[in-house]
Design a protein around this ligand. Structure first.
Ligand code: SF4
Length: 297
């Protein structure tokens, strides 16, 4: 497949020849692995709605954060089942038939070149619900342009403003400027948020920020950056659900977010005039992490 011989699909640009079975930094070769495809009720309200979002979780990841909440599927091992373009299009249609309000592609950036065809096939076969691109924010504008016209809602993370933290926790010092360029491209494609009558999002960008313990200053910079760059063109989802997982080498990350840390960020979000979503303290349950055994694939 074009783009996979000398892979530059993500900002790592590692050049792996995935068509020959080479695996790049992300751990993926040319085969698309899906770990789970099921209705998911834990996204923001205008994404989950009442019936759930049709979440398709892809194996592997180009970022690899030390605190990854989905580490079961984001590391190098293949998890779930391999799928063809035709089967993936079928999965999208099955999720829609189950009542999904949208098709929610979770961490698919390293598979972006391979996702164009199944998205087109599904539309040709009648897929009517919006497609959500649920990503780490660590992606190139060139790769995102492959999705122009195929994705309706972008749901990127904006994890760090500081390249120091980006390097320390995600091995990607270039994360801040890369995510800024990526989100700018997403806003160009999707435009301002638009809802349908039942309160579901039909198009637009929701920028997520997962707060990390002790990084309140960086959160403040992220929020300020969102307000300055995209202002009222995006919604903001301020997440407090961080749960320490596998962070033994990073003792500073070995706790949850305090009420005070979160409240301070919520107040700043309001002062900056940012619209979006905040979480109550019940949202920090580990029930957000589903099982990944190939269900629905
Ligand atoms: S998507 Fe994977 S193989 Fe391609 S450049 Fe990124 S890390 Fe390398």
């Amino acid at each position: 497949m074009e783009g996979l011989h000398n892979c530059m699909a993500c900002p790592r640009g590692c050049g792996a020849d995935r068509t020959r079975g080479q695996r790049g930094y992300c751990g993926a070769d040319s085969t698309v692995w899906v770990a789970r495809a099921a209705l998911h009720h834990w996204e923001e309200p205008p994404i989950s709605g009442t019936r759930g979002s049709g979440a398709v979780f892809f194996a592997h990841c180009a970022l690899g954060c030390v605190f990854c909440q989905n580490r079961q599927i984001s590391r190098r091992a293949d998890v779930g089942k391999p799928v063809t373009a035709e089967r993936l299009a079928g999965i999208f249609l099955e999720l829609e038939a189950q009542g999904a309000h949208n098709i929610n592609l979770v961490t698919g950036s390293h598979y972006a070149p391979q996702l164009v065809r199944p998205l087109r096939l599904a539309r040709e076969q009648g897929l009517a619900v919006p497609v959500v691109w649920n990503s780490s924010g660590y992606e190139t504008a060139d790769t995102l342009r492959l999705l122009d016209g195929l994705v309706n809602i972008y749901l990127p993370d904006y994890k760090y403003h500081s390249s120091y933290y980006a390097a320390r926790y995600s091995h990607a010092a270039d994360y801040p400027e890369t995510a800024q360029e990526a989100i700018t491209e997403m806003v160009r494609q999707a435009g301002a948020p638009r809802y349908v009558a039942d309160g579901l999002l039909q198009k637009g960008v929701i920028v997520r920020h997962l707060m990390l313990p002790g990084l309140g200053g960086d959160t403040s910079q992220v929020l300020r950056s969102i307000a300055e760059r995209w202002g009222g063109c995006v919604l903001v989802s301020l997440l407090r659900q961080y749960t320490p997982v596998g962070t033994s080498g990073f003792p500073e990350l070995n706790r949850r977010i305090s009420d005070e840390e979160y409240q301070e960020a919520v107040e700043q979000m309001q002062q900056l005039g940012l619209s979006g979503f905040i979480q109550d303290s019940e949202s920090i349950s580990e029930s957000f992490i589903p099982s990944f055994s190939g269900e629905g694939v």
